[in-house]
Design a protein around this ligand. Sequence first.
Ligand SMILES: Nc1nc2c(ncn2[C@@H]2O[C@H](COP(=O)(O)OP(=O)(O)O)[C@@H](O)[C@H]2O)c(=O)[nH]1
Ligand SMILES: [Mg+2]
Length: 286
Amino acid sequence: MNENKTNINWFPGHMAKTKREISENLNLIDIVYEVIDARMPISSKIVDIDDLIKDKPKILVVTKYDLCDKPETDKILEKYREMCYNVVAVDLMGGNVNNLINETNKIMKDINEVRIKKGLKERAARVLIVGVPNVGKSTLINRLVGRKSAGVGNMPGFTKSLSWIRVNKDIELLDSPGILWPKLEDQEAAHVLAALSSIKEEILNADSIACFILRKLYELYPEKLKERYGIEELDEDFIEAYDIIGKKRGALSKGGVTDYEKVSNIIIKDLKNGYFGGITFDRVKC
Ligand SMILES: Nc1nc2c(ncn2[C@@H]2O[C@H](COP(=O)(O)OP(=O)(O)O)[C@@H](O)[C@H]2O)c(=O)[nH]1
Ligand SMILES: [Mg+2]
């Protein structure tokens, strides 16, 4: 097994268009929700987002909080708070979004005070949602609006003609989120994104992703690796680990040889389905 001989290098042309559209429409927006995934609060964050959204007030919306290793994620969120980020963690499956609405109202109150001083009318907060693929942007829109409204699937860019959906009398959302891609210069972050499904498998093959997942689990959650697969040591080329998993899960070809491709898919699926429990693949950098 070979974890990573190929560098991930991917920067779709759509990105330039989305960025241009965001820049061109920034004056219509009051607040930006920058959406990141609680299992990878560093890797799923767009590095140069502030160049794009300038000094617009923003809220860092941390989705999938239910899936993360809370103590580890909290350490990173604390760092963001120290950097003056307005951070709101949400579980879009089970929890509510009241905190996010309250924070939005607080920020908008200040904006409206300035508007009134300038002789302008108060207005509802106009919010743009941005983030890399699969962090939960559409789910967030649906939760806020309270019905199925945002399309599933990843239409690049956001709009041809801007349209707004009303959350309540105080908040309006741009109806499709700005989908941005990470630059993938940081190979570790790129692999974390691939492992937690923000980068498609065509970019990085399943074996590399699966081996990366095993290595991460071994480094960060050895007890989970032991519990699920009975693996206590990870050999350098992952062969032994694959053989153990293959046997345990019946992923064998004719003649009882391990079906390595099947094992890779099992590992990726197990992580996707949350079978390792709460995990966070990023750590605070000193
Ligand atoms: N458990 C859990 N799953 C979530 C959460 N938010 C989003 N998801 C799931 O993550 C996947 C991607 O969400 P989606 O809204 O399509 O992401 P988008 O590409 O950013 O629009 C979907 O399967 C969602 O059900 C969350 O807070 N908790
Ligand atoms: Mg979407």
